[in-house]
Write a protein that binds this ligand. Structure first.
Ligand code: IMP
Ligand code: MG
Length: 427
């Protein structure tokens, strides 16, 4: 069996956790390939709500091997806290495997994240403050600390020293902070080593062997396409590749082994943090979407910015990821509107564009061109087949499918695990 990629289609929080959970029984491995504890998945299992930040949501499915791939940045304190919390609730976490090549988020990078954001002032990105950006920057600058470094005291000390050489100058001279002490960092990181050791493997070998044996591997993207450092609304993005290409580099699985790419897309749009958002609603309509959809960040608790569905974003996502299937979520949140606007073009100073502009300024200046689709008032949360949806809800799904350019295979109609309509099998 093949590898399947699952990514977010918009700015995150599309409901990837639930989609992974739905696929869980058909999957042998779930791999997180990018990001760190900036993510937030809410998964409702057996009436219990779990909020995960770092661990792949596959950790909740019995029999699945959860994997943290080389593309991830790991805050070890958060890792062990999440593991302890799950264990306390009776979840078996013993199968977790972590790549020896994944990078560690040292505490000084959390400090760097916060001070650099403060210095950006009005140009702030609105990061989660978890040290994600600085840790990926260290990785690219080749002064990062990897999981494997924790098992060699001499190497670890050298690397921490190397990383702090520049950073301490910055912290003290530019940001007016105290210098970080090498010994303290080394001690802190080494404190995690014994517990970590049995979980660490060459995950590229592990996963490719699993594929050779006919196992199914689900590659789960953190964040989403529009937050991808290459293909998102740069610089208002996260610092990793959250798109399907990132699934390969972040796991060590080659592109020819991937059979399908599923993008999870909300029936409307949300975004946390700063950056352009063309269909954003600032008044009562936006508040209504936020209230009905419970749109508050799982990681930071921030109210999410809300707006209508954007077909230009969906098409961009289909293109960049080579999407084979969309999983449409939260359709029930749209119940109760006379008509539902869907953005089909961007008006940039009088010119209507149907492809996401490549110029950042054009995105900032664009005004949405809406098409209005008729709404529905019936409760759809109990529908379990496409035919059971009211005709206007069906028409809305079909219109989105047409606009986005790939089939909508799954439709979410409520928060529960079973509140889904499967139109086509994804795996
Ligand atoms: P960072 O990932 O903490 O560096 O934050 C960069 C941007 O990505 C900010 O706008 C965050 O709000 C956003 N972001 C990061 N992770 C997520 C996520 O899992 N869901 C939604 N937004 C996210
Ligand atoms: Mg989230």
């Amino acid at each position: 069996m093949p590898a399947v990629v699952l990514v977010g289609a918009q700015w995150g929080d599309e409901g990837k956790g639930k989609a992974t959970d739905l696929l869980g029984p058909k999957v042998d491995y779930v791999v997180k390939f990018n990001g760190g504890n900036n993510a937030g998945h809410t998964v409702v299992v057996g009436g219990q709500t779990y909020a995960l930040h770092l661990l792949p949501s596959g950790i909740l499915t019995p029999g699945v091997v959860p994997v943290i791939g080389n593309g991830v940045v790991v805050d070890l304190e958060v890792l062990f806290t999440e593991l302890d919390e799950l264990a306390a609730r009776g979840v078996d976490t013993s199968k977790l495997v972590i790549s020896s090549n994944a990078h560690v988020i040292p505490s000084y990078n959390r400090t760097m994240d916060k001070v650099t954001e403060r210095f950006l002032g009005k140009r702030q990105i609105g990061t989660t403050g978890r040290g994600i950006g600085p840790t990926y920057a260290d990785k690219m600058s080749r002064v990062g600390i990897r999981i494997q470094d924790l098992f060699d005291d001499g190497i670890l000390r050298q690397k921490v020293q190397g990383a702090l050489m520049q950073k301490n100058h910055l912290l003290v001279k530019v940001y007016n902070r105290r210098a970080v002490v090498v010994d303290q960092v080394v001690e802190e990181l080494e404190g995690f080593a014994d517990r970590l050791a049995p979980m660490v493997k060459d995950t590229a070998v592990l996963l490719n062997q699993a594929l050779d044996q006919g196992k199914t591997v689900l590659l789960e993207g953190g964040q989403a396409t529009m937050l991808d450092v290459d293909h998102g609304t740069y610089p208002f993005v996260t610092s990793s590749n959250a798109t399907a290409g990132g699934a390969c580099t972040g796991s060590g699985i080659g592109p020819t082994r991937i059979k399908s790419v599923v993008a999870v897309v909300k029936a409307y749009t949300t975004r946390v943090g700063a950056g352009p958002f063309v269909t954003e609603l600032e008044g009562a309509d936006g508040e209504r979407l936020r209230d009905v959809g419970h749109e508050y960040g799982v990681t930071t608790g921030r109210p999410r910015r809300c707006g209508w569905f954007d077909a230009l974003v969906a098409r961009h996502t289909a293109r960049i990821n080579g999407v084979t299937d969309f999983a449409l979520t939260k359709l029930d949140v749209l119940t109760g509107w006379d008509r539902i606007p869907v953005c089909v073009g961007y008006d940039v100073e009088g010119t209507v564009l149907e492809v996401l502009p490549t110029s950042q300024s054009d995105i900032h200046h664009a005004r949405p061109v809406y098409e209005y689709l008729p709404g529905w008032y019936e409760d759809i949360t109990k529908a379990r087949s496409f035919a059971a949806l009211p005709p206007n809800a069906q028409a809305y799904v079909l219109a989105l499918e047409e606009l986005a350019g790939a089939r909508v295979s799954v439709v979410g109609v409520g928060p529960g695990r079973d509140a889904v309509i499967e139109r086509h099998a994804i795996i």
